[in-house]
Design a protein around this ligand. Structure first.
Ligand code: ATP
Ligand code: MG
Length: 187
């Protein structure tokens, strides 16, 4: 099964994001916009994991979560991968996590690797919320869109748990939350 670990921002934070996105999906129909019901922040992409590895994986992810404290985050700024000029993914950025968010991500990825999940090794961690993806593989010039979104700043929210998510890829990709663990570590 295809798995990743994510933060789930609270509904109030997502409502603000929806407000910021506004009617832009209609103005940018060449992008595939993600539905607000799928919005998440990927902390660790685990990739294809055999079902028999799940118990071990869950133990290790729970242990990692238990070593990290809750964080106060806010959505801030926008950008695109690999660049706004040839965007394949348009995203909103996250602020407020300092190094804690990267340390949590590294811990979860390490737990995943120990349980045998290959994941996305070597990729630098850049926390973000994916708003839209380009259809063509060579990307799309999203500079005006990124320019409009880049001044967005949301209210702070508390990230106090991580979630193990399963992707069901398809014409309309769907995610299923399999398990959650609270962040119960000290600061
Ligand atoms: P689709 O592939 O149908 O567009 P998706 O990308 O959301 O949907 P997955 O490919 O299963 O579904 O990815 C799940 C999450 O992990 C998403 O947030 C995605 O951006 C992220 N992700 C996927 N592949 C990687 C990767 N190689 N490195 C880092 N994050 C990844
Ligand atoms: Mg994908």
């Amino acid at each position: 099964m295809r798995l990743f670990v994510a933060l789930s921002p609270p509904p109030e934070a997502l409502a603000e994001v929806a407000g910021a996105v506004g009617a832009r999906p209609e103005r940018w129909p060449d992008l595939r916009w993600t539905g607000s019901e799928t919005w998440h922040i990927t902390m660790a992409f685990l990739g294809e994991v055999p079902e028999k590895a799940l118990p071990e994986l869950e133990t290790r992810l729970g242990r990692a979560a238990g070593r990290h404290a809750p964080m106060t985050l806010r959505f801030e700024g926008a950008g695109a991968f690999p660049s706004a000029r040839r965007a394949r993914v348009v995203w909103l950025g996250l602020a407020g996590g300092g190094t804690a968010i990267s340390r949590l991500a590294a811990s979860l990825a390490a737990g995943g690797r120990r349980a045998g999940a290959a994941g996305a090794e070597g990729k630098p961690f850049h926390p973000h919320l994916t708003l839209a993806r380009a259809r063509p593989r060579d990307g799309l010039d999203a500079r005006p869109l990124v320019e409009e979104l880049k001044d967005f700043g949301g209210a702070p929210w508390r990230a106090d748990a991580v979630h193990l998510m399963r992707s069901h890829l398809g014409p309309k990709t769907r995610y299923e939350a399999l398990e959650s663990w609270p962040l119960t570590g000290g600061g």
